[in-house]
Design a protein around this ligand. Structure first.
Ligand code: TUI
Length: 313
């Protein structure tokens, strides 16, 4: 399936892997790129030298294009922004903020810039600032989220900007990809389904929670702090939400979540850990290789869209 995004990124299939904190490390990114999608290293709060190391490891495992997600709430973001230039990555996606300060540096280096946005206003601003594309991410997503749904956000962003739009949030199979294309998207970004990929280093306990999750098993913590985060419900979310209800201070809430994602991903602590996942978790049923997932989804999407090798423009 050829689209403006497969051309822009030099990839076979219009599927980007989300830049998930702790989860999107080099094994996963390389596997997605090798399968014809666009693998992404999630820099999250990693120190710049760790990000450099991760980039170099992806290069050892694949000669296909891949990207880096720069999480803008990270105090190290300016240094990470320089590392991606020095290492010459194909594209950068950004999350949780406005990447305007880095845009010129990236563009001058020939890096494609794809900000993740959760509103039409932000999409317009990013187009003006020189973005090559945007990811319109609906509130169905895991992790840090906005409030508009994918179904409403994607077509509104498509109407508002001329650059290609990538849909994210609640997409986990070929039907979701076909639906995103119907809404005007030129590609999709998926995170939750890739958590359970065979190549994903996520602890088995976390993968099992995603696979066993039902449709309404996610919860949004932190609405009162201005940083809403979608996670699977557990002891941590119950305590967090109770504390939020009782008006507990920001500092105390931060203490509860501090390091809790790492605890879930690395140690498999599904009780006190932060199990970031999107609402699509209810549809994720088994561990598969990235290649199996991508080929299965693309076959399904192309069947539904009634396209074969002709391509989509
Ligand atoms: O960034 C994400 N998802 C994330 S980041 C993350 S790590 C984290 N951990 C704890 C607290 C906060 C973050 C986990 N999941 N998705 C992309 C995304 N970006 N969703 C929403 C936004 C966004 C929000 C506000 C983009 C721009 C924006 O604009 C703010 C501004 O500066 O105008």
């Amino acid at each position: 399936m050829k689209t403006e995004i497969t051309e822009l990124l030099g990839i076979r299939y219009p599927i980007l892997q989300g830049g998930m904190a702790w989860v999107a490390e080099y094994h996963l990114a390389a596997a997605v790129s090798n399968a014809g999608g666009f693998g992404i290293i999630g820099a999250a709060s990693a120190p710049p030298e760790v990000v450099r190391e991760q980039i170099r490891k992806v290069k050892e495992l694949t000669d296909k294009p891949f990207g880096v997600n720069v999480m803008l709430m990270n105090p190290n973001a300016p240094e990470v922004a320089k590392v991606v230039v020095e290492e010459g990555v194909k594209a950068v996606t950004t999350g949780a903020g406005n990447p305007a300060a880095f845009m010129n540096m990236w563009k001058d280096a020939g890096i494609k810039v794809i900000p993740v946005v959760a509103s039409v206003a932000m999409a317009r601003m990013m187009e003006k600032a020189g973005a090559d594309a945007v990811v319109a991410e609906g509130t169905e997503s895991g992790g840090h989220i906005g409030s508009a749904t994918t179904m409403t956000l994607v077509p509104q962003v498509v109407d508002a900007v001329k650059i290609p739009v990538i849909a994210a949030g609640g997409i986990g199979d070929g039907r979701g990809i076909a639906a995103a294309v119907m809404l005007g998207a030129k590609a999709v970004q998926m995170g939750t389904r890739f958590i359970v990929a065979k190549e994903s280093i996520v602890h088995e306990n976390y993968k099992e929670r995603v696979i066993k999750a039902k449709d309404i098993d996610s919860e949004v913590t932190g609405r009162s702090t201005g940083h809403p985060i979608r996670v699977l419900r557990n002891k941590m979310t119950r305590e967090y939400l109770k504390m939020e209800e009782n008006g507990v201070s920001l500092e105390e809430l931060e203490l509860l979540t501090l390091g809790s994602l790492r605890k879930a991903v690395m140690e498999g602590d599904v009780v006190n850990g932060s199990l970031m996942a999107g609402q699509i978790a209810g549809m994720v049923k088994k561990e598969q290789t990235c290649k199996e997932m991508i080929e299965e989804m693309m076959w399904e999407a192309e069947e539904l869209l009634g396209i074969g090798s002709v391509g989509l423009r």
